[in-house]
Design a protein around this ligand. Structure first.
Ligand code: OGA
Ligand code: NI
Length: 360
């Protein structure tokens, strides 16, 4: 139990929720100070910047004209933004709400119960903890607790709270269906066969990772960060949240606040899509800010190739004269290990596989 006289230092293995709930907390410990001066980078609101919206029902409506228009919009969103919201995806509102509540209940379990799920290695199928993607390499802690679970091809999930595991199993399956359809559209938009990505990579065994994020209220939100700027692993991340807001995406050198359409998916294009498209669809850099009023819960679903797949630029898109390969092929498993052994910092991991042509 935290006593009011206790110093504001918590062991790294404690959860941020415990710190955030300590009585009379008015300032953050220095280890959580992401920026010593309030962040002043330009921020614009999402509505001003008109974040692309993809109506999923047009992709699947059966009308060729509507589908081509939706594919065109999808390609443009990937190219111009690396980010879009997906509406009318058919996953019931109740299921989305149930997932958010289920994850919130998980984070509200007692510390001892959560600690049972503390994995250490990046390839551990269930890992729960605080702050960072990789606590050993991070110098600053982030205002976030997380639960990170491999849910496909083998389904893992904590067995508590009651019923959340079963709901998650169904939800992950539904998300994979939406993701599969989006990937078909994206494949077509790149000028490839609709099933190109499915067929050349082992999509049936694609690794799907569920990441639950819990950001409690923070007394000095302008000095702390929930998640620092980063791009995601895999092809596409589909995220839902409890409408508190906090996600910011980078666009034209500015941070854009994302105000989610209720029940929509917030979709980031990720590193493996940038590599496969040889840089045409750049992975999106984003971060999560925190606030001093309400707990934000988000669930990111990172969908990628299988761990054994080697991802490089699609040969069909390469032309040694006009479009030479810009990335070195790498096994997804190695890419994951590389990302997790680095500090989370923008796109440093992707830079490791980039072929630096300008210097040649
Ligand atoms: C992530 C992520 C952002 C958010 O989990 O990779 O970027 O808004 N989350 O929680
Ligand atoms: Ni992310």
């Amino acid at each position: 139990m935290a006593s009011p006289a206790a110093p504001l230092v918590i062991p790294a293995e404690s959860f941020i929720k415990t710190l955030a709930e300590s009585p009379n907390l008015t300032s953050i410990p220095s280890t959580y100070t992401y920026s010593t001066t309030p962040l002043v980078e330009p921020v614009v609101s999402g509505s001003e910047a008109s974040i692309p919206i993809i109506d999923f029902s047009l992709l699947t409506s059966g009308s060729p004209d509507r589908r081509s228009q939706a594919i065109h919009d999808l390609g443009k969103a990937c190219q111009d933004w690396g980010f879009f919201m997906v509406t009318n995806h058919g996953i019931p509102e109740g299921m989305i709400k149930g997932m958010i509540e289920g994850l919130e209940d998980f984070f509200n379990l007692r510390e001892e119960e959560k600690k049972e799920f503390r994995g250490k290695h990046v390839l551990d199928p269930i890992r729960c903890g605080t702050s960072s993607f990789n606590t050993s390499a991070e110098q600053v802690f982030f205002w976030r607790d997380f639960l990170r679970v491999f849910v496909h091809p083998d389904f893992h999930f904590p067995n508590k709270p009651l019923g959340v595991r079963e709901l998650s199993h169904e939800y992950c399956k539904r998300v994979r269906e939406v993701y599969g359809e989006l990937i078909r559209g994206i494949s077509t938009s790149l000028g490839l066969e609709e099933s190109y990505i499915h067929n050349t990579l082992n999509m049936e065994d694609g690794l799907q990772i569920l990441v639950g994020n819990f950001y409690p209220p923070c007394p000095q939100p302008e000095l702390a960060m929930g998640l620092p700027p980063h791009s995601d692993l895999g092809f596409l991340t589909l995220l839902i949240e409890n409408q508190i807001g906090g996600l910011q995406i980078q666009h034209n050198h500015k941070w854009v606040n994302v105000k989610a359409i209720p029940n929509s998916f917030l979709v980031n294009t990720s590193d493996q899509l940038e590599i496969l498209s040889n840089g045409k669809y750049k992975s999106n850099v984003h971060r999560a800010t925190v606030n001093n009023k309400a707990t934000r819960v988000s669930i990111a679903m990172a969908n990628g190739p299988s761990l054994e797949d080697i991802v490089g630029p699609a040969p069909e898109l390469i032309d040694n004269e006009s479009n030479p390969p810009r990335y070195m092929p790498m096994k997804y498993k190695d890419y994951m290990e590389l990302q997790q052994s680095n500090r989370l910092d923008g796109k440093t991991c992707l830079d490791c596989v980039k072929i630096q042509r300008d210097q040649v």
